[in-house]
Design a protein around this ligand. Sequence first.
Ligand SMILES: C[S@@+](CC[C@H](N)C(=O)[O-])C[C@H]1O[C@@H](n2cnc3c(N)ncnc32)[C@H](O)[C@@H]1O
Length: 478
Amino acid sequence: MKSNATRVGPVYFQPLEQELGPVAQYLSGHLLNAGSGSRDVSSYLMANAVTKITNYDLASPGPGDVIGALESMPFAEGSFDSVLCNAVLEHVADAEKSIRELARVVKPRGHVVVAVPFLQPFHACPADFRRYTADGLAALGVRAGLEVVCVLPVHSITQTLGWILWEYAQEKGGRLRRSAAWLIAYLATRLWNRTDQTVLKNANTFQAIFRRPPELSPTVWLARAVPWCCDKLPTMLIPDELRLLHYLAEERYTGEGVIVDAGCFLGGSTLALADGLRRNLQRRERLEQKLIHSYDRFEVENYTLGKFFSRSEKAGETFRPLFDRNIAPYATLIEVHAGDVCSWPWQGGPIEILFIDIAKHWTVCDWVTLQFFPWLIPGKSLIIQQDYLYDNWTAWLHITMEFYSDYFEYVCDTGVNSAVFRNTKRIPEDVLREYTVASLSKAEKIELMDRAAARFTDGRADMLRSAKQHFLEMPEES
Ligand SMILES: C[S@@+](CC[C@H](N)C(=O)[O-])C[C@H]1O[C@@H](n2cnc3c(N)ncnc32)[C@H](O)[C@@H]1O
């Protein structure tokens, strides 16, 4: 096998095969080598789990290689089992567009390995636009909808300093300076060129392993066990809703926004989300932070007496201590917003998962819409409207989701109760109303409720139609 060791002037770099050693386990099946260049690593990769390689480059030298820019690739969505993009993103004109393309062409659950320099001198190929810290590279992948498996350092301090010294001497000129730089860089990088795995912030290059999250299939979460932490917790949610929330936090959440848990009652939704989130963070080696924002009045209501609270309790009394006790093992993940949700303007930035079990009247629904919807992340954020398929009321949820239906797609539901919507496009400022439901005429509301019901052909259509009936009979509406 031809050695893929590289020399830049006097600076020695180990063979690319050696650099790929720590990430080889993530490269398998049909691999796209995006920005493949002239170093041929196919025999090395095929000796591992890779079965086929497509080389792609702006100016590829190999026969059969596909020519084109990373920013717009001629491959269908999900064409590859894994993607390698080594030492390329610093050279592309648009790195955000390029990584979105890498995320698009890999299959769900497939890995994308991206290496880019952090401490390297200018080197055009054909241009040189940027550098990334480990955090910057991770955030780039997350913005493209990828999960970060880990970020590893590559190269040694002698390669970093030797290369900078050499390029400096080249640019500055002077025979003596250049000779001295050449000798120092040559000797140092010949002697010390092994990647220093202990340098995690100031490495020469970072190699990120990303994973495209699995598709959100309408049923994948049904096969999961009900989260054990919810076993003994009194909750109004059905087991499938606990499964769903646990799955979303564990498998879908990427960290680009936070999780809103609006209407947490005794902590059923909170625990399902928190346990899923904890597993998600552990897998991605992330520190725990208060990423879940839980809202409730924490006040006992009449209809809960005898079921969730003893009959000796009184309506209006607080159950916050009970909630705190229930969520105690997960408190590091939860920010509690106690009191009327309408007294809490949202200030927490982008929202990835928005669980709404608090919109028990259209005035609250309108507040929640106004506060939270502008912070949804298009293409990613999921809304769980817990009362969407609830018995025969909450038609304001149908009106709201139908009014903004150009900006959402229906994902799945739990048969009764919760329905999940994905935000597909940002809702323009002039479209989002301050009072969505309250601002609509009766005729408009009826049209929206009819449209929402017409999306179903089974018992769910009946639920929505009876919710419409109930809504029209409400004293404020009649
Ligand atoms: C430093 S080389 C790395 C080659 C190879 N990945 C390796 O590690 O040996 C950078 C490669 O990126 C390619 N490249 C630069 N900009 C590109 C773009 N916008 N789209 C596709 N390839 C690009 C260059 O043609 C070059 O082959």
